[in-house]
Design a protein around this ligand. Sequence first.
Ligand SMILES: NC(=O)c1ccc[n+]([C@@H]2O[C@H](COP(=O)([O-])OP(=O)(O)OC[C@H]3O[C@@H](n4cnc5c(N)ncnc54)[C@H](OP(=O)(O)O)[C@@H]3O)[C@@H](O)[C@H]2O)c1
Length: 269
Amino acid sequence: MKKNKVEKDTWAIVTGASKGIGYAFCVYLLERGWNIVAVARNTDSINDLAKNFPNQVVLKLNLDLSDLDSCDKIAEETKNLKVSLLINNAGYGVLGNFRESSLEREMNMIDLNIKSLHKLTKIFVNRFQENNFGRIINISSVAAFLPGPGFASYYASKSYVLNLGIAVNHELKSQNSKVRLVTVCPGPINTGFWDRSRDNKSVSGQAKEEQSKALRNFARKSLNKSLKANNKDYFIIGINNIFLNKLLKFVPKKWAMKVVYRYNRKKNK
Ligand SMILES: NC(=O)c1ccc[n+]([C@@H]2O[C@H](COP(=O)([O-])OP(=O)(O)OC[C@H]3O[C@@H](n4cnc5c(N)ncnc54)[C@H](OP(=O)(O)O)[C@@H]3O)[C@@H](O)[C@H]2O)c1
């Protein structure tokens, strides 16, 4: 077995697998021969996908990850499987000015984006370390790199994901572990994420054939990079996003936040 390469005949756990980015990850992994544990509150959309890959196993777990006991259930349900990849992808945001946005939704978002991701990362980094093998991919966002007026708690939650990931991966590398935690930072992609972040109840999502080329490209690029990474702690995906992120370093934060605030207010219409 090659150093730090993940075997393909093992299992990958994907949270937020029922639509959007998570569904695209599942398609990509199945095409490459992985077995999948698909986690979401409602995994019905995964049924057809499973039929298309008769040689692999797709295990569906209907769990609400904002309930932290769900993390223990994932650990329990997968304890006899040879899991070597965990993708912490489930997440959403709460658009709006901080004074007006719903505290209840923000607390639920923090439970999902931060606490459950933290708990699953802890459980699986320890499990992987027992065999000195395995990889965690945490999905953050380009929003992690600056404060986000108009979407404040979401941006802050993604900063947590990025900084936790960079620090833990540094520890792993310093301890000569072969386990890796790679953080992926997508830019805006057209998925059900935006409707949910506006608290639009008629969220359609993008499973199956609706999946855009952009989404498939994103899944391919981000997984290819993250599965091979040895030294890199995080990836920003997409030339425009990489360029914008570099540009941000030269722009006064006050200006950048003005642009971000305008962008987020538009997104909330
Ligand atoms: N789309 C973007 O522009 C963008 C940009 C940067 C980063 N991201 C990040 O990418 C990740 C995926 O977003 P997406 O765009 O694919 O959004 P999406 O299309 O809304 O999909 C979100 C996924 O998470 C699941 N999920 C939501 N709440 C959950 C809960 N409480 N428990 C378990 N599963 C839950 C959803 O399934 P159920 O509804 O069935 O539970 C769904 O499978 C998120 O972490 C998001 O912050 C997205």
